[in-house]
Design a protein around this ligand. Structure first.
Ligand code: ADP
Length: 355
């Protein structure tokens, strides 16, 4: 009982549709904790789990109760709760959170079958990423922090074209059709989870270019819930005020269409939130330090840490815009949250264990 209680796992939920940047986000997050995440050594090569020193990222597709054939027979999609085993998800996340290792199933994305399970030991931080981390109330209550990546249809379409057409040879029509086919279940089961999220990263087409439909320049909003334990929202200039800021000029090089920030209090699904918005993209990442120096509450350990992280992963998608910037900042906020949770734990129960 002693060892399990001493090292409780902090659990983070990350929800998004597939192909919406979850893996990229996870790479940024694990980098903040100082280590690249890799598949478990010596296990199933089709494992979806990523392990680093501090974090274990499990993919919730592993809790599919129906494999690809089963879904086809029953006529349900992977987005449908009926294709997922929430009882097992709850039992296993609860066990890991309380320090107990579990045998987690593996959903094989290549064959569409369920493979023999793999052992997951309790890490310091467990991230559950996938379609439904906030769907089941019991699982939701286990989360210490939750994030929803909200990619607008226009942008989703642009990214899918980039990936499926350029890299996988799919046709424009088939991409359109597959997005349309997913939409009813997406709207019914995935999208509603965003009202539970502590932070939402919303990705929209730019407003800087009239009638833009390229989806290259993005307007990204970081929506941060107020009053969340161990999480205090980032702000620009002065907390709680409303500010529009064009940083371009002597200290920041901007080419067309420029960069525009916005910050202010707001409401989101009747919750009080702060929203930080960035529209446009950076020309020179090293100049990001200028923007960083005007942001507060970003939970850095030293001056320029956001810029350093962004430069380190300049090759990741979204590094020149608000997606990369806000993913990096959320990563730092999670590190802060983790440190607050663990320090409050070790400070208090230490006396109890001694006695
Ligand atoms: P997921 O893990 O959710 O399936 P990935 O992180 O693998 O998503 O990203 C899928 C694809 O989407 C990438 O290959 C890239 O083409 C595109 N993408 C993801 N994030 C961004 C971004 N911030 N900006 C532009 N494209 C992106």
């Amino acid at each position: 009982t002693c060892s399990a209680g001493d090292s409780q796992t902090v659990v983070i939920g990350l929800a998004a549709d597939s192909g919406c940047g979850k893996s990229t986000f996870m790479r940024r997050l694990t980098s903040v904790f100082g280590g690249a995440a890799e598949p478990p050594k010596g296990g199933n090569p089709d494992s979806n789990t990523l392990i680093s020193d501090m974090t274990t990222v499990i993919c919730l597709d592993d809790y599919h109760s129906l494999d690809r054939t089963g879904r086809k027979e029953k006529g349900v999609t992977a987005l449908d709760p009926r294709a997922n085993d929430f009882d097992l998800m709850y039992e296993q996340v609860k066990a890991i959170k309380s320090g107990v290792a579990v045998d987690k199933p593996i959903y094989n994305h290549v064959t569409g079958l369920l493979d023999p399970p793999e052992l997951i030991k309790p890490p310091k931080i467990l991230v559950i990423e996938g379609l439904h981390p906030m769907f089941d109330e019991r699982v939701r209550d286990l989360l210490d922090f939750s994030i929803y990546l909200d990619i607008s249809n226009e942008v989703k379409f642009a990214w899918k074209i980039q990936r499926d057409m350029a890299e996988r040879g799919h046709s424009l029509e088939s991409i359109k059709a597959s997005i349309e086919a997913r939409k009813p279940d997406f709207d019914a089961y995935i999208d509603p989870q965003k009202k539970y999220a502590d932070a939402v990263i919303e990705v929209l087409p730019t407003q800087l270019i009239p009638d833009d439909n390229e989806g290259k320049v993005l307007r990204v909003r970081l929506i941060m819930k107020e009053g969340v334990k161990h999480f205090s929202p980032v702000y620009l200039f002065d907390e709680g005020s409303t500010i529009s800021w064009i940083p371009c000029g002597r200290k920041l090089t901007c080419s067309y269409p420029g960069i525009k920030f916005h910050y202010g209090p707001d409401t989101y699904f009747s919750n009080e939130v702060s929203i930080l918005e960035m529209d446009g993209q950076f020309d020179r990442l090293d100049e990001l330090i200028y923007v960083e120096s005007h942001l507060s509450n970003i939970s850095t350990k030293f001056y320029g840490e956001v810029t350093q992280q962004m430069l380190k992963h300049a090759d990741f998608p979204g590094s020149n815009n608000g997606t990369g910037l806000f993913q990096t900042i959320v990563g730092l906020k999670i590190r802060d949250l983790y440190e607050q949770i663990t320090s409050s734990k070790t400070a208090a129960p230490l006396e109890a264990t001694k006695a």
